[in-house]
Design a protein around this ligand. Structure first.
Ligand code: F6R
Length: 247
């Protein structure tokens, strides 16, 4: 299903509310909530609202376990552009989550260590009962996570090569495209698919044409987000601009 909101703020508040409700429901049952998280511009207002709910409404994250979708490779966690830094800045530093419950792909591994790390990441998600909610943005290549065109629908967590357009879109954060890593470690399409709820968010005109392809286009590895059409528990949360090319 597709939900279209007046603006990104209203859409973000609704997503944050769903996450907050899930966390509270799990607290009632004395269990944990497992969240799959994204970085980038799209989810920033969702995280801001979750921080507000923590500070003003006492929402606790003590029972929350998180798995981020991806990290650049190579990447030091304390670098300004790392997704570790992003998550600390926008969410983790401001809430009461147990640091041991935070999982982000490790950009410091040697190439030889990556396959075992990726298998362990998948296993860890399974061991805590799987992802309750996976939050996604979408890249202009149609990537979800860093699953670029050509990704297989059953792909797992792995090292991938970033598309040139993705690196161009990241150039501003790095002070030039040549400084953007060429690779990343990302959860796979198959990993994302196993989440019990998948929420893909997109805002702004510049996402309108890729959203049209993702929602209405032929299902194909050329636009990895089209695989989401095959899922029965995916929701596209859009603002009017991102939805503007849908028929
Ligand atoms: C980030 C991620 C990416 C982004 C996508 C959109 O963890 O996995 O797929 O969601 O590149 O980025 P923004 O939100 O910056 O437009």
């Amino acid at each position: 299903p597709v939900s279209v909101f007046e603006n990104p703020k209203a859409a973000s508040l609704s997503v944050a509310k769903r996450i907050g409700d899930l966390i509270k429901e799990k607290q009632k049952n004395n269990t944990h909530a497992v969240l799959g998280l994204a970085t980038g511009a799209t989810p920033i207002a969702v995280y801001a609202e979750l921080v507000r709910m923590h500070k003003e409404e006492g929402l606790s994250f003590k029972n929350v376990i998180t798995f981020n979708l991806d990290e650049y490779y190579p990447m030091q966690p304390d670098a300004a552009q790392s997704y570790v830094s992003f998550m600390n800045e926008h969410l983790f530093a401001h809430i009461d989550i147990d640091k041991n419950n935070i999982n982000i792909p490790d950009g410091t591994l040697s190439l030889e260590e990556i396959p075992a790390f990726c298998l362990a990441y998948e296993k860890k998600i399974g061991d805590v009962g799987g992802l309750d909610i996976q939050i996604l943005g979408i890249g202009r290549t149609g990537h979800i996570g860093f699953n670029e065109p050509g990704s297989a629908p059953n792909s797992g967590t792995r090292l991938v090569t970033l598309d040139d357009l993705t690196r161009r879109d990241a150039a501003r954060d790095f002070g030039g495209k040549s400084f953007v890593p060429t690779k990343a470690i990302t959860m796979g399409i198959g990993t994302i698919f196993k989440a019990r709820e998948i929420i893909l968010m997109a805002w702004n005109r510049k996402k309108a044409s890729i959203i049209k392809k993702a929602v209405e286009g032929e299902i194909s590895g050329e636009v990895p987000a089209t695989y989401l059409q095959l899922s029965e528990h995916v929701e596209f949360i859009l603002d009017k601009d991102a939805a503007s090319e849908l028929t």
